[in-house]
Design a protein around this ligand. Structure first.
Ligand code: SF4
Length: 78
């Protein structure tokens, strides 16, 4: 698992931005989610995080600095 390996490689003192105020990463408030995207920008495992989220098929939240769904729904099928 590339994400876990990347986090371990950072050492025992690592602290990732989403490990505090994690509610912003799943907030219904767009300003909160934009703040999460901004804070992901400083994350040393951003690429691995995004890859893992895509592989898991995440449907919602901010992962690797990207808001999911990354491609907004067209509303088709509603
Ligand atoms: S890139 Fe992933 S691990 Fe890093 S702060 Fe964002 S959500 Fe957390």
């Amino acid at each position: 698992m590339a994400l876990a390996r990347a986090i371990r490689a950072l050492g025992p003192d690592v602290f990732l931005p989403c490990w505090s105020d994690a509610d912003d990463w799943f907030s219904v408030n767009a300003a909160d989610r934009f703040e999460a995207v901004r804070r992901c920008g400083r994350c040393p495992v951003r690429g691995e995080c995004l890859g893992a989220a895509v592989a898991r098929g995440e449907k919602y939240g901010v992962w690797g600095g990207v808001q999911f769904p990354a491609v907004p729904s067209t509303g088709a099928g509603r």
